[in-house]
Design a binder for this molecule. Structure first.
Ligand code: EPU
Length: 427
C-alpha cells in the first residue's frame, strides 16, 4: 500500500489532458455483454475500476484485451455465471452487470455492490425497473438474484432521479419485447454516452439526455466501435485545482457545456476562465469571494465536485454554505480539512465554510474518491507537507493523478507505507 505526499505552495502551470469519463466507462463495459460480436471502446481512462470491470467480463467467459485506452471485448462466449462475491463487491458500478446480464441471459446473480462510503446508496429504483420489465428479483444472503421468463417493455416512473437506475433499466430494456418508457429519468452526459453506444450496437433509444427515455426493444445487438466522452468530474477537479493554485493552466479534452454550473460558480467567486471549444484556460485570482452551492441532479451543480469545491472555498473571503441534496452525508472530508486548519462546520446536509483560512499540511486520510481529490487540493494550497492515506480510493477514479500534477509543476509523490502504518489503518 502506498501513501501520497503533497508539498504545498507551488503554482501550477501548463497543460493537463483529461481522460475518458469514469462514470461512463463503468457502464459502457458491462453494456458490451448485450452484443453478439466484438465491441471496441476507445479512450477509456487508466483507472482501477476499468481494470476490475474488464476482469469481471473475463470471469463470465468473455475476452477483454486492453491496449492503453482501447479495449476489445468479445462477448460471444459469455455466460450467466453468478458473480456473488469477489471483485463485484469492490465497486458500486458492478450493479450494471444486473441490467446487462438480465437483458442478454434473462438471469443474473450479482453481489450487492460496494463503492465509495458516502452515505446510504439504495438500489430500490433499479429493482423497481427490473420488476416492471418482468423479472423476479430476490435478495439471498447479500446477493441479488434476477430471473425472467421473458422481458417485456413497460412504463417506469422513477421515484428518485437516479443515474444508475436510468442506465440499468436501459440495459435491461434494449433487448426486451416491445416498448419501454422511463419517466423522470436522469439526464447526465454519461447516460447519453451509454445510449450512444447501445444505439451503435443496434438499439432503438430516443430521448436520452431528457427526462423521458423511450426504448423499442430489438432481438439482437451487434458489435461496434465507440469513443467515450471526456470525464467532466476529472476536468472539474483540475479546473478547481487551477482556480486554487494555477498561474495559467490549460485543461484539454473537455466539453465545457458539461461543466457550466461549476464555471458559473467559479466566475462568481472571481476566477478567470477562458472557454475554448474543447479546452478551458484557468488562472487563479488572489482575491476570491465566498459563494453558496447546492448540489442537484444534472444539469445542476454535481455532487461529485462538492468535496473538491469545498476545499477551494476555504481560500475565499467570507462565509460559504455548501449543501448536498444528492448525498446528504457526503462530508467525510470535512474532519480532515479541519485537521489542516480549515474552519468548517457541518449542519445537517450543509457544510458552512468560514474563509479565508491558510491551510497547514497534516496527516489525513481519503475516505472516498472525491474526498481524496479534495485533500490533494488542500495539500496544494497548504503550507508545508500533507500526507494522504487511502489513495486506493483516488486511483479508482483519477488516472495518473501524480504524473498529471507533476507535469503541471506540483510537488507530489508516492511512498510505500510501512507495515506499522498499515496495521494502524486496519485497526
Ligand atoms: N437513489 C435511491 N434509490 C435508487 C438509486 C438512487 O434512493 O435506487 C438515491 C441515492 O441514494 C442518491 C440519489 O438517488 O441520493 C442519486 O443516486 P444515483 O443513483 O444517481 O447515483 P449512482 O448511480 O449510484 C452515480 C455516480 C456517482 C454520482 C451519482 C450522482 C457511478 C458509478 N456513480 O451514482 O459517482 O455521485 O451518480 O451523480 O456512475 C463518484 O464518481 O464519485 C460517484 C460517487
Amino acid at each position: 500500500m502506498q501513501k501520497l505526499f503533497v508539498e504545498g505552495g507551488t503554482r501550477l502551470k501548463g497543460t493537463v489532458k483529461i481522460g475518458g469519463a469514469k462514470n461512463s466507462a463503468v457502464a459502457l463495459l458491462p453494456a458490451t455483454i448485450l452484443a453478439d460480436s466484438e465491441v471496441i471502446i476507445e479512450g477509456l481512462p487508466d483507472i482501477s475500476d476499468v481494470v476490475i470491470l474488464s476482469e469481471l467480463l473475463e470471469e463470465i467467459g468473455g475476452t477483454a484485451k486492453r491496449d492503453q485506452g482501447t479495449v476489445h471485448i468479445d462477448p460471444t462466449k459469455m455466460t450467466s455465471m453468478p458473480l456473488p462475491n469477489g471483485k463485484v463487491k469492490k465497486l458500486r458500478a458492478s450493479y450494471y452487470f444486473m441490467g446487462a446480464m438480465l437483458g442478454r441471459f434473462k438471469r443474473a446473480v450479482i453481489g450487492l455492490p460496494g463503492g465509495c462510503h458516502i452515505g446510504p446508496r439504495p438500489i430500490d429504483q433499479h429493482i423497481k425497473g427490473f420488476e416492471a420489465l418482468g423479472a423476479e428479483v430476490t435478495n439471498e444472503q447479500g446477493a441479488i438474484y434476477l430471473r425472467a421468463e421473458e422481458l417485456t417493455g413497460a412504463r417506469i416512473y422513477l421515484d428518485v432521479v437516479s443515474v444508475g437506475a436510468t442506465i440499468n433499466i436501459m440495459l435491461a430494456a434494449v433487448r426486451a419485447k416491445g416498448k419501454t418508457v422511463i419517466e423522470n429519468a436522469a439526464r447526465e452526459p454519461e447516460i447519453i454516452d451509454v445510449a450512444t453506444l447501445l444505439t451503435s450496437m443496434g438499439a432503438k433509444i430516443k430521448g436520452a439526455g431528457t427526462d423521458v427515455i423511450r426504448i423499442e426493444g430489438v432481438e439482437t445487438l451487434s458489435g461496434c466501435t465507440h469513443t467515450i466522452i471526456p470525464d467532466r468530474i476529472e476536468a472539474g477537479t483540475y479546473t478547481i485545482m487551477a482556480a486554487a493554485q494555477g498561474d495559467d493552466v490549460l485543461i484539454d479534452n473537455v466539453i465545457p457545456q458539461h461543466l457550466e454550473p461549476l464555471l458559473a460558480k467559479l466566475r462568481e467567486m472571481g476566477v478567470d476562465i477562458e472557454e475554448g471549444e474543447e479546452h478551458l484556460r484557468v488562472r487563479r485570482s488572489d482575491e476570491t469571494t465566498a459563494v453558496d452551492i447546492k448540489t442537484l441532479v444534472h444539469p445542476g451543480f454535481p455532487t461529485d465536485l462538492q468535496q473538491p469545491f469545498t476545499t477551494l472555498l476555504t481560500k475565499a473571503e467570507g462565509t460559504s454554505i455548501v449543501t448536498d441534496t444528492i448525498y446528504t452525508a457526503r462530508f467525510k472530508h470535512i474532519d480532515e480539512l479541519r485537521r489542516m486548519n480549515a474552519e468548517i462546520k457541518v449542519e445537517g446536509s450543509s457544510a458552512i465554510v468560514y474563509g479565508p483560512s491558510q491551510l497547514q499540511g497534516a496527516r489525513v486520510c481519503a475516505s472516498d474518491l472525491r474526498a481524496g481529490a479534495a485533500l490533494i487540493i488542500a495539500g496544494l494550497i497548504a503550507d508545508g507537507i500533507t500526507e494522504i492515506t487511502g489513495i486506493e480510493h483516488i486511483e479508482r477514479g483519477y488516472e495518473q493523478i501524480t504524473d498529471k500534477l507533476t507535469n503541471l509543476g506540483a510537488k507530489i509523490w508516492k511512498e510505500e507505507m510501512t507495515e506499522e502504518e498499515m496495521a494502524q489503518i486496519q485497526n
